[in-house]
Each structure stands twice: as structure tokens, then as C-alpha cells.
Design a protein around this ligand. Structure first.
Ligand SMILES: Cc1cc2nc3c(=O)[nH]c(=O)nc-3n(C[C@H](O)[C@H](O)[C@H](O)COP(=O)(O)O)c2cc1C
Length: 493
């Protein structure tokens, strides 16, 4: 299937036509024919979420997903580019800002040398950034009392690149037969020893204390996208306390929760979770298409969290449901449902018509990927109704994002509609929807993937096709050249 074989979302004349197409793909979705402004829109309704044993009011149902820019200062402080992006998050109208972007708990835990770090040297700058974002929000929307703003804390694990954008310095929970082969820097790298896990856990606690002191409302203990926390969830083959049975694979998370509670009492905790995963995909040089890589051994496939071991191309949400119920029992009732990883199954994690340069043409209609993501949030919400759930995968709904988001929130599939790439292209979308009942079609993210292509080629991220600020930068020209060069090479292995 080539990119052009999938119908363009903008080509559907009505949300109903899109819903019929989704149905043909096997997904039944609620939607509205019209965009409703506030106060009638389900997206405008405040919601009381579980909070420190009580409730906290969040002003509406839009959430900003964490979106890294590869543009922090070398010491981990935000740069002017970071500030611009975050200010736009504040001005968007969304009342939940989930993390801003992944922030490393240790300098060596960074996924790139320009990732933000939360430590004593950077805390004041993050405090100022928080105040700036909240100030922008208050000025634009009159109040920030109903704005909830957390930080996403991460250890990049297998994908650490703390010193050089091009050099992996992996920290792994276990050796993975497919991922080790794909990222050879792992060869000879011993899995993290049990004794060393406690130092990382302590750094999550220390970062959480700083997050609380600097005024953030919660921390997300990131467990998604192939990074360390997520990798522990699939450590079936790791011996010892952190591998094997469910209780061991979630021990890292439970220890991080305990560390946060100890170091930052009263700070709320959320978890962004890759609720399901996939066999790694790769470009097939013969066909130029994306395909799952050959399995290393006969079934069952036991190298992922949230896939059916007997049919590993199918998600299996049973462990994710168990995890969310277990978190509920620990008093953690704020979940952001994502999936997969940008490093080995980009089409699962960020469905796009135009794939990132290091990926492969979409092996399915990206709408199916987006529908699968939103439906996973629905299933987890249904299984743990007391938990506040943020859904992911919305940018690909494009022009019809508000119509479907209204339906999903009205039907209680999720509490929040989380926007990722759309926030880089068109951060005013929530405000436009709620204030005017419209969207500006010229500003809609069309998933060209340049926000991923730029960092994959060592440049800062941003919306190069649609944000005039990035369009005018020198990196935009360099990106165009890189894409032209790639087009002249028929099929990359
Ligand atoms: C450039 C870029 C940076 C991202 N950075 C992060 C991040 O720091 N933390 C995270 O959890 N997800 C990150 N994501 C994933 C998004 O939050 C989101 O899950 C994904 O883009 C799918 O949502 P969308 O369809 O609304 O874009 C990133 C995605 C992109 C494209």
C-alpha cells in the first residue's frame, strides 16, 4: 500500500463520511456533525479528577501532550525555543498540560544532548518557565485556577544519547533480540544491575521534589515509547527482582511512586503508559514497504508489554488493565494512554500519512492507528472508571478532530483529548473550537513528520510546514534537501 492509496482525511466531506470509513476499517466511533463551542461542547465541560484523596477541577477536556523539541540548553535548562513552545501550550486554551516535554531525571538519562534535565542547576529556570506559561494562560483566559500543569520525568534507557546526538549510550533492563540487533551500541552493554536501579529510582524522587518546589501540580513517571520505565514492563526475561512476573516488572514503577511520595509528599502522580506495543517494524528493501521484522524464535512472543504472545501483531490490553487497576489501588489515578515507540513502530505511536525519514511507509491506514490508540484509552477507562484518562492519537483526525473528540468525551470514553503534533502546528485549536466553534483548516497538522525528521537529522523540532517561525529558519531548507536526497534513493534498507 503506498501513501497515496489511503484516503486523505481532508478529502472526506463530512464527519459522517469519515465515521463510515472508520467503520469499514473496523472502528465504530461516536461523533458530532457540528463543532460545538462552549458552553455546549462536551469539550468545554470542567471535570473533577481524583486528587490527593479528594478532587481537583480541570477547566476543560483538552490536554497538551508532552512534545520534546531537542532544543534545551546544554546544561538542561529551557532555551528561548523551549519557552516559545511552552508559552504556546499555555495560550492554547487546554486546561491540562501533561508534562510539557520529557525531562530527564539525570544528565546521563537524556535522549539527546539538548533534552531538559531537572536538577538543582535547572530548577529555577523551570520554575520561571512554569510561571511564564501560567501567566500567559491567565492573561488569555482570565484564570489559571482550573489549569493543571505537570512535568514528565524520564530516563531514556535504551535510547540515551546524552553527549552526542548520533551516539547511543544505552542503559537497558534486558537484552532484546530484535532491538539489540537494530541498535548495535547495545552489544556488550550489560543490563542495569539491580543495585543500580535504586540510584535511578532516587533520582525520580529528587526530581519530583524539585517539581513540587517549583510549583508543578504533578509528575508523570513516564512508562511509554521504549524508554526505561516502559522497558521494565516487558522484562519477562530479566532475572531477579525487576523481571519475570508482573509484580517484578512493575517494581521499578512502584519504587518510583514510593520515592516520589517520600521526597515530595502531596505531589500528585500520573503515568503515561504505552498500553500496547508491537513487534518492531522495518522497511522491506525489496518492496519499499513497512513490515514486522522476522521473529527471533517460535511463538509465543515474550519480548513486549501489551501484545498477544500467540499473535504478536495484535495488542493485548489485559496487562495494561491490570496495571491501571493496580495503580488505582496505590492511589495513582491519572493515566495518559499511548502505545508503541517512535524508534521501532512509529506508525503505532504517532500515526502519519508521511512517515518519518527513519521509518517506513504506513503499513495500515493511519486512521486505524489513531482509532486503535483512542479505543485503548476507552478500554482502560471502562476497566478503571475512577481513574482520569487522557487519550492519545488525535492529530490524525485532522479537520474532524473536534467532531470525534466531542463524541468520545460525551460518551465517556476518556476524560481528556490529548493533542500532540497538532499543538506544534496549530496550538490555538482548543481556543478556536471552544470560543468560535471553528477550526482554521489551513493550520491543521497533515502529519508530514518534519517535527520528527528534523531531530532525526540532528536539528531542532518544530512544525516546519505550517509554523512561519520554523518555516523561515535555516533548518527548513536543510530538511527539504534531506527529503529530496532520500527520494532519489529508491528503497533504504
Ligand atoms: C516531535 C515529537 C516529540 C514528542 N515528544 C514526546 C515526549 O517528550 N514525551 C512523550 O511522552 N511523547 C512525546 N511525543 C509523542 C506525543 O506526545 C504524542 O503521543 C504523539 O505525537 C501522538 O499524538 P498526536 O497524534 O496528537 O501527535 C512526541 C511526538 C513528536 C512528534
Amino acid at each position: 500500500m503506498s501513501v497515496t492509496s489511503y484516503p486523505r482525511v481532508a478529502g472526506f466531506r463530512t464527519p459522517r463520511a469519515l465515521a463510515e470509513h472508520l467503520l469499514r476499517l473496523g472502528w465504530s466511533f461516536p461523533f458530532d456533525d457540528l463543532i460545538l463551542p462552549a458552553p455546549d461542547s462536551p469539550l468545554a465541560q470542567p471535570v473533577e479528577i481524583p486528587w490527593r484523596g479528594g478532587r481537583r477541577r480541570v477547566g476543560n477536556r483538552f490536554a497538551v501532550q508532552p512534545m520534546e523539541g531537542w532544543d534545551g540548553e546544554p546544561d538542561g535548562r529551557p532555551s528561548e525555543l523551549t519557552r516559545r513552545r511552552w508559552r504556546r501550550f499555555g495560550a492554547s486554551g487546554a486546561k491540562l498540560i501533561w508534562g510539557g516535554e520529557a525531562i530527564a531525571v539525570l544528565p546521563e538519562a537524556r535522549a539527546n544532548p539538548h533534552q531538559l534535565v531537572l536538577n538543582a542547576g535547572t530548577a529555577a529556570a523551570l520554575e520561571a518557565l512554569r510561571a511564564e506559561v501560567v501567566g500567559v494562560h491567565r492573561q488569555r483566559f482570565g484564570t489559571s485556577d482550573d489549569l493543571v500543569f505537570g512535568l514528565q520525568l524520564t530516563h531514556s534507557g535504551r535510547f540515551c544519547r546524552p553527549h552526542d546526538k548520533a551516539r547511543l549510550e544505552p542503559v537497558i533492563a534486558y537484552h532484546h533480540p530484535i532491538l539489540d540487533a537494530r541498535f548495535p551500541a547495545v552489544a556488550g552493554c550489560p543490563p542495569l544491575a539491580d543495585e543500580d536501579v535504586s540510584r535511578i529510582v532516587a533520582s525520580f524522587g529528587a526530581a519530583a521534589r524539585l517539581a513540587r518546589e517549583t510549583g508543578f501540580d504533578f509528575v508523570d513517571l513516564k512508562h511509554c515509547h521504549g524508554y526505561l520505565g516502559h522497558e521494565f514492563l516487558s522484562a519477562h526475561h530479566r532475572p531477579g527482582r525487576y523481571g519475570g512476573r508482573f509484580e517484578n516488572r512493575t517494581r521499578f514503577l512502584s519504587e518510583c511512586i514510593a520515592a516520589v511520595r517520600h521526597s515530595a509528599p502531596g505531589l500528585e502522580i500520573g503515568v503515561r503508559l504505552s498500553a500496547y506495543d508491537s513487534i518492531p517494524f522495518a522497511l522491506d528493501p525489496e518492496t519499499g514497504q513497512g513490515r514486522p521484522v522476522p521473529l527471533p524464535e517460535p511463538l509465543p512472543y515474550t519480548w513486549a508489554f501489551g501484545v498477544d504472545p500467540a499473535q504478536p501483531s495484535r495488542p493485548d490490553l489485559s496487562e495494561a488493565k491490570r496495571l491501571v487497576a493496580w495503580l488505582d489501588s496505590l492511589g495513582v489515578r491519572l493515566i495518559n494512554v499511548s502505545a508503541g515507540s517512535p524508534y521501532y513502530c512509529a506508525h503505532v505511536q504517532r500515526p502519519a500519512l508521511f512517515p518519518p525519514c527513519d521509518a517506513y511507509p504506513p503499513p495500515e491506514d493511519p486512521l486505524a492507528g489513531a482509532a486503535r490508540l483512542v479505543s485503548a484509552a476507552r478500554e482502560l477507562k471502562r476497566a478503571s472508571p475512577a481513574t482520569a484518562v487522557v487519550s492519545t492519537g488525535w492529530s490524525y483526525f485532522q479537520d474532524y478532530l473536534p467532531h470525534f473528540a466531542q463524541g468520545v468525551v460525551r460518551e465517556g470514553w476518556a476524560d481528556f483529548v490529548g493533542l500532540g503534533r497538532m499543538m506544534l502546528a496549530y496550538p490555538e485549536l482548543p481556543g478556536d473550537v471552544l470560543e468560535h466553534g471553528t477550526v482554521d483548516r489551513k493550520r491543521i497538522c497533515r502529519t508530514f513528520s518534519d517535527c520528527t525528521n528534523a531531530p532525526r537529522n540532528g536539528m531542532i523540532s518544530g512544525c516546519y510546514p505550517l509554523d512561519p517561525f520554523y518555516k523561515a529558519r535555516v533548518e527548513a531548507g536543510r530538511l527539504r534537501e534531506i527529503k529530496l536526497e532520500m527520494r532519489s534513493v529508491p528503497a533504504r534498507g
